[in-house]
Design a protein around this ligand. Structure first.
Ligand SMILES: NC(=O)c1ccc[n+]([C@@H]2O[C@H](COP(=O)([O-])OP(=O)(O)OC[C@H]3O[C@@H](n4cnc5c(N)ncnc54)[C@H](O)[C@@H]3O)[C@@H](O)[C@H]2O)c1
Length: 302
């Protein structure tokens, strides 16, 4: 018996990369999987139904249960049909994993409106589109052990300088997930984010000199399969205690990120602030000693 026997999952963006590994991992543990992928290029252009079909073929050959789907996650109405078809085909929906993503990297001072909109559309709106309809289904069908698993990124958590559209979308996904975590808990849903690292066609575009040798297909620690165990845990019934968090996965690590919390604070006893220069000094005295969290983008750049 697999850890996910009898459960039903949708994985978006599951035709390639991390999504494909997640879909295959879920199926290997006994879940029925709806394998969604538009089959777009890294920049979001084009469409091709064959990547999702090929993943389904591999799952079925390995003895698992899966169906392909080519829905574009930017289409709100089509995402309603996607949720409905999982329920019609498999009889239920327990797990939604939002992986679909694209890149249109550009520095903020050069970014076009179109580059901004395209990335926000796939990541943030796409995650909303599927989540919205799955949440309505879960609310109507209480009593399950439901799981929402959204994909964020270190790009958003730490602020990749060349990816303002992507960073904003990925941190927006965290906000959406935290809201869902609080809103959907009464209906048996946990909502968490995965912050992955893996060598895929998406990271083949990474040009940071310090990342040289890391994002290569030869580096087995960076295989998309290494992201999968953390996702499987979140998808399982055992993770019922874990809600509203970001979990890092990949490169041989699974990490629990800190919750958003106040780290330092100065307090005015009257609720009002007096002399500006005194407030400046108090801010510096208190905040400057705060813990420095490691930031992979905080390096001299050439
Ligand atoms: N690879 C990493 O190190 C890394 C790091 C941080 C975050 N991520 C995130 O992980 C997820 C997977 O990334 P990956 O590296 O496997 O990328 P990938 O390019 O290999 O896979 C992304 C998949 O999403 C699909 N897709 C794109 N637009 C779509 C749409 N509108 N509807 C449906 N499917 C669509 C693509 O066809 C593709 O198969 C993404 O959300 C990405 O932002 C990846």
């Amino acid at each position: 018996m697999g850890e996910l026997e009898g459960r039903v999952a949708i994985v978006t963006g599951a035709g390639r990369g991390i999504g494909a590994a997640v879909a295959e991992g879920l199926a290997a543990e006994g879940a029925g999987v709806l394998v969604n992928d538009l089959g777009a290029a890294v920049d979001g252009s084009g469409a091709d139904a064959s990547p999702a079909r090929q993943v389904v073929e591999r799952i079925v050959e390995a003895g698992g249960t899966a169906l392909p789907d080519a829905t574009d996650v930017t289409d709100f109405g089509a995402c309603e049909a996607l949720i409905r078809s999982a329920v019609e085909e498999f009889g239920r929906l327990d797990v939604l994993v939002n992986v679909a993503g694209i890149l249109r990297d550009r520095m903020i001072f050069k970014m076009s409106e179109e580059e901004w909109d395209a990335v926000v559309d796939v990541h943030l709106k796409g995650t909303f589109n599927t989540t919205r309809h799955a949440a309505a289904y879960w609310r109507e069908n209480r009593g399950g052990q439901y799981r929402l698993i959204n994909f964020t990124s270190g790009s958003g958590l730490w602020g990749a300088p060349g990816q303002p559209n992507y960073a904003a979308s990925k941190l927006g996904i965290v906000g959406l997930t935290l809201s869902c975590a609080n809103a959907l808990r009464p209906y048996g849903v946990t909502s968490n984010c995965i912050s992955p690292v893996a060598s895929t066609r998406m990271t083949a575009t990474v040009r940071r000199p310090e990342a040289k040798g890391t994002y290569t297909p030869e580096n087995r620690r960076m295989a998309p399969e290494n992201v999968v165990p953390a996702v499987l845990y979140l998808a399982s019934e055992r993770s019922d205690w874990l809600n509203r968090r970001v979990v890092g996965a990949g490169n041989g690590r699974i990490s629990l990120h800190t919750d958003y919390a106040v780290e330092r604070e100065i307090v005015s006893s009257t609720g009002l602030w007096g002399d500006t220069s005194e407030v400046f000094a108090e801010i510096e005295n208190s905040f400057k000693g705060a813990l420095e969290h490691p930031n992979p983008f905080d390096r001299p750049r050439g």
